[in-house]
Design a protein around this ligand. Structure first.
Ligand SMILES: CC(C)(COP(=O)(O)OP(=O)(O)OC[C@H]1O[C@@H](n2cnc3c(N)ncnc32)[C@H](O)[C@@H]1OP(=O)(O)O)[C@@H](O)C(=O)NCCC(=O)NCCS
Length: 200
């Protein structure tokens, strides 16, 4: 059966109240959360971008960047139910894809490495947590329900339900456990896949 699409505002209020105990009422969420404003504005920028009004779309997104300190390229694809906390300094690139229930904090970059053409920004799968100032670079995939630690620099795919930290980011937990052998195996696979995709 096809999943029913939930509206932007309902999802924005739900995800904010679920993730921030300080969010008291729906009215407060709509009025005071820069992430909610930036994502609502992105809906219009994205529509303009997809309907050929590219310059207007860029101008609109830059206007909201000024008000929210959150820069989302109008081409980025962002599902309803994404939570942006604080948000200042957050940058989301043109070919990024962000799925529902993803949490993004201030200072995060979903950016390019400067070396890729076409698809050059990350895809962040459902439920992933991207902590403050994490830098996710290149056309990489961040697995569902994974956690990226504050200040991490991620340049290779991250599997589902793991925690990665550091520069460059390495796996430190798998399904919440510090299972050394599983972590070692995953890291070997990540390294091999990173080197094979960068030797082309
Ligand atoms: C990564 C994070 C989400 C925790 O995930 P977790 O799966 O619960 O991981 P743990 O806390 O068990 O930490 C796992 C290991 O990584 C280390 N670690 C955790 N966060 C780290 C970070 N940001 N950088 C470097 N190492 C870190 C821990 O010390 C621990 O090390 P150990 O294996 O030697 O014991 C959390 O540490 C984090 O970075 N939160 C920031 C959230 C945020 O942005 N808040 C801003 C609110 S305004």
């Amino acid at each position: 059966m096809k999943e029913k699409k939930k509206g932007f505002w309902r999802e924005a209020i739900r995800v904010t109240q679920e993730n921030d105990p300080a969010a008291r009422t729906a009215f407060e969420v709509v009025l005071t959360y820069p992430g909610v404003k930036a994502l609502a504005a992105h809906k219009l920028s994205h529509w303009l971008w997809n309907h050929g009004f590219k310059l207007l779309a860029r101008m609109h997104s830059q206007f909201w960047r000024f008000w929210t300190q959150i820069e989302i390229h109008p081409g980025a694809k962002i599902a309803n139910g994404v939570f942006i906390d604080h948000g200042s300094g957050l940058v989301i690139g043109e070919t990024a894809l962000v799925e529902t229930d993803v949490k993004l904090y201030h200072g995060v970059t979903l950016g390019g490495t400067g070396k890729d053409k076409g698809k050059r920004h990350p895809q962040v799968h459902r439920g992933a947590l991207i902590s403050a100032h994490a830098q996710l670079l290149g056309p990489i995939e961040i697995g569902a329900n994974s956690k990226v630690g504050a200040g991490a620099v991620v340049v290779a795919d991250v599997p589902e339900d793991v925690t990665v930290v550091g520069v460059p980011a390495k796996v430190v937990r798998v399904h919440g456990q510090k299972d050394e052998q599983t972590i070692l195996n995953l890291e070997e696979r990540r390294e091999a896949s990173y080197h094979s995709s960068h030797s082309k």
